[in-house]
Design a protein. Structure first.
Length: 165
């Protein structure tokens, strides 16, 4: 077991988030829960962003209940034989129109990491006009999973211990 006082939580969270662009989003409705894969990006405050069509089940669920859960795990090529990941609870909200271009640029850079991406003005609004809804997930709790340090258990990361820089 690793000494948690010496853990660089911000670094560990970033390593996991940077290892993949895919997450699993869980929502709920009266009849049960639903999980769906999403492509995500994140900002320096560890808010997650995704784009989905409004008519999907998960978007309809979020309209009724903004509380969501997200699981993000490193691919085995990045984590080796160890299981490393994040489990988050959070609140999903629509990105305000005035922030869409910035969020779209953040997403596009993340999806095209290996090439220099030059934003084209109004691309995010073009996506919105064709049914894409820009969403933000603000974490309310983050659990860190790492079999190297904690075996099969996860550790809740105090959000105030995560550097926002």
């Amino acid at each position: 077991m690793k000494n948690e006082k010496n853990m660089d939580w911000s670094k560990l969270v970033r390593e996991c988030l940077d290892s993949t662009a895919m997450a699993v989003l869980a929502t709920r409705e009266e009849s049960g829960v639903w999980a769906t894969p999403i492509y995500f990006s994140y900002d320096k405050e560890f808010n997650l962003y995704f784009i989905s069509p409004a008519e999907t089940r998960h978007m309809k669920d979020i309209k009724r209940d903004q509380h969501v859960a997200v699981a993000i795990f490193m691919p085995s090529s990045a984590s080796g034989i160890h299981q490393v990941g994040l489990q988050m609870d959070g609140k999903a909200t629509m990105v305000p129109d005035k922030q869409i271009e910035d969020i779209y640029a953040l997403r596009a850079k993340r999806m095209n990491r290996d090439i220099d991406w030059v934003p084209v003005p109004m691309e995010g609004h073009f996506v919105k006009e064709h049914g894409g809804v820009f969403m933000k997930i603000t974490p309310t709790s983050i659990n860190y999973v790492d079999t190297r340090y904690f075996g099969g258990n996860s550790k809740r990361i105090p959000l105030e211990k995560i550097s926002k820089a």
